[in-house]
Design a protein. Sequence first.
Length: 295
Amino acid sequence: MSESTDFKALHDSDRTLVMGVLNITEDSFSDGGLWLDPDKARRHGADMMDDGADIIDIGAESTRPGAKRVSEYDEMARVTGAVKALIAHPGAVLSIDTTRASVASAALAEGAQIINDVSGGRLDKELPHVVADHDCLYIVQHWRGWLAGSHDGTAPDADTSHYEHGVLHDVRDELMRQVDDVIAAGVKPERIIIDPGLGFSKPGIEHNLPLLAGLDAFKVTGYPVLIGQSRKRFIGAMLAEAGIDEPTMADKDDVTAALSALCAEHGAWAVRVHDVRRSVAAVKAGELWRRYAAA
């Protein structure tokens, strides 16, 4: 791990950061296969940093509905190769999108600074211990299990999108129980970032917009909040409801950027996006809005 990383400053950032997505996968929903080649992955990661990304989030396993698990060996090789290629970039801050303790450990040993665990400590019980041992930042995402149809039929087909007390209340309570568990495993509270997990067991507009509108309910926990809205299915549904039935990727990225501005205006720690340039500009506008609103 980079010894020069100021984890306190990163965790306590007073501006909204932009996290660029680097998917080294065959089947991610919007860019699967584009960055599998190591040299293309390196160039894309460097391009995103040049476009203003504060963090690069490297993932080698898709979590979309119907996704198949990659082998532990393949995931580790892809992730560590990308870390080795990008860590030398000046100021590089690398996040690893994984649910496997072994992959997290290997990537941290190569210099990565953040683990982004979409299962929030639920899938591999050793992963929080790896985080605690390395004293890195840990993104804990709300998680109810793999999405239906994923991973060779091992995921249940039961509907996991029912929220008895309302999506905002239930997601917040369940997420804070996950945080309690990773703290019990040894992770320091000052290393934790939370993520409400847009799109995970939340297929519709009615599941995701209440979480975005209720961002303050997550902020008052005292933990920084990451929002990963980029190109999610509910954005396509929002466009359809607005009368755009066949949206282009550019249309989805425009809405993603608009939501990035709103997240920045409400003080999100970071937004996780595919189109970095659009969201960098949007975040700056949102922060300006926040500054004048507070004046």
